[in-house]
Design a protein around this ligand. Structure first.
Ligand SMILES: CC(C)(COP(=O)(O)OP(=O)(O)OC[C@H]1O[C@@H](n2cnc3c(N)ncnc32)[C@H](O)[C@@H]1O)[C@@H](O)C(=O)NCCC(=O)NCCS
Ligand SMILES: Nc1ncnc2c1ncn2[C@@H]1O[C@H](COP(=O)(O)OP(=O)(O)OP(=O)(O)O)[C@@H](O)[C@H]1O
Length: 318
């Protein structure tokens, strides 16, 4: 088992622990420092790589949902176009995914390479993660796409040197290309949209090595930061760059190709106006939010990929 000498990620682990304490959730805790006050545990122990990757992934999910104002999505202001989700529910769901994400990283470390055994293990753990998510949310699909994308990326990071986000995403793509023998042929929204519009959705995005993140989200995040935008504005710009490029099956399911065109063009308009840090950009962003609420559409796939983008951004400095 690889370990990292890190002291900076105690907050999240502490949060997850106190969350479980408050709610009585039965999620598994970290393997180090159990029973110790969290702060002392962080100071005195080395964090296993799998724990650290799960920390980073959950942190990315929480950063994604907290980021505001996001068009159509659940954020700190509102539930966006969602009647069945709240900020608190998204937080609870994100924290409940920690054990699943850690197990995926552990499986990758134990198996040691891309191939059928790893794909089979990730499929099983991912399905268990979906069950844990639905148990936490009372049946609401808060993070299905995120388990998929972050699960693959966490596993890809755990397999080896992980400095370069492109290499990690490409490795995750190679895992996604392998068939999952345990997969059930279910009638998901993604499957419906694939049949109706021929869109490859979350599966194809992963199999291609997450081009919406690597070619759009991450470069935009870095560009906006370099231009002096605040971290919030840089992250909003990254989300918009992903939205402008993505065939998001969440949008296609609720609003069809016309709705997807509105999302992609609206996101592009914000960036063309100078991004979310500018007055013009913010006007365009407000318009886009209004259009999405009228369409009852929400770019859930892009939100998952923003979390993937934030994860890769942080994992790159490991
Ligand atoms: C491949 C997955 C995403 C199922 O995809 P499906 O096409 O059936 O779509 P479904 O509507 O269930 O969910 C897709 C989710 O992905 C997100 N999404 C939508 N469009 C996109 C896109 N273009 N790119 C990326 N993500 C997207 C959305 O949040 C959406 O909710 C996956 O959940 C799966 O197969 N799970 C089974 C367990 C498994 O193998 N887990 C592996 C963990 S690494
Ligand atoms: N901040 C967020 N707000 C809303 N959705 C998000 C957010 N972050 C990620 N998502 C993603 O969006 C998806 C939810 O979208 P949606 O509600 O369209 O899915 P659904 O339950 O399949 O469909 P529907 O609600 O239309 O029946 C989740 O799977 C999740 O991965």
């Amino acid at each position: 088992m690889k370990v990292l000498d890190l002291q900076s990620h105690g907050l999240l682990r502490e949060q997850a622990r106190s969350y479980r304490y408050v709610t009585g959730l039965k999620a598994r805790g970290g393997s180090v420092g159990a029973g110790l006050p969290a702060k002392r545990a962080e100071q005195t122990t080395k964090i296993p790589l799998a724990d650290h990757l799960a920390d980073l992934a959950v942190e990315a999910l929480i950063d994604e949902v907290d980021l505001s104002p996001k068009p159509g999505l659940v954020d700190r202001r509102s539930n966006g176009a969602h009647t069945d989700m709240t900020l608190a529910l998204m937080h609870a769901s994100a924290l409940a995914l920690w054990p699943c994400l850690r197990q995926m990283a552990e499986a990758a470390e134990a198996i040691g390479g891309v191939g059928q055994p790893l794909r089979t293990a990730l499929g099983r753990i991912g399905r268990e993660g979906e069950v844990a998510m639905l148990a936490t949310t009372g049946g609401v699909n808060t993070h299905r796409g995120a388990i998929w994308a972050l699960g693959l990326l966490v596993a890809a990071c755990a397999l080896g040197p992980h400095a370069d986000p492109c290499a990690v995403a490409a490795r995750a793509g190679r895992i996604a290309l392998i068939d999952d023998p345990g997969a059930t042929s279910e009638d998901s929204h993604g499957a419906h949209v694939r049949r109706r519009y021929g869109s490859g959705g979350a599966r194809e995005q992963a199999q291609l090595g997450f081009p919406a993140v690597i070619a759009h989200g991450l470069p935009q995040l870095q560009r906006s930061r370099a231009l002096g935008a605040s971290e919030t504005h840089a992250r909003l710009d990254a989300l918009l760059a992903i939205m402008a490029a993505l065939a998001d099956t969440c949008v296609l399911w609720r609003a069809g190709p016309q709705g997807l065109a509105t999302v992609q063009q609206g996101a592009r308009a914000v960036l063309d106006a100078g991004g979310s840090a500018t007055l013009d950009g913010r006007r365009q962003l407000r318009l886009l939010d209004e259009h999405l609420l009228q369409l009852n559409a929400s770019p859930g796939g892009a939100a998952d990929l923003l979390a993937a983008c934030l994860f890769l951004d942080k994992a790159g400095s490991l």
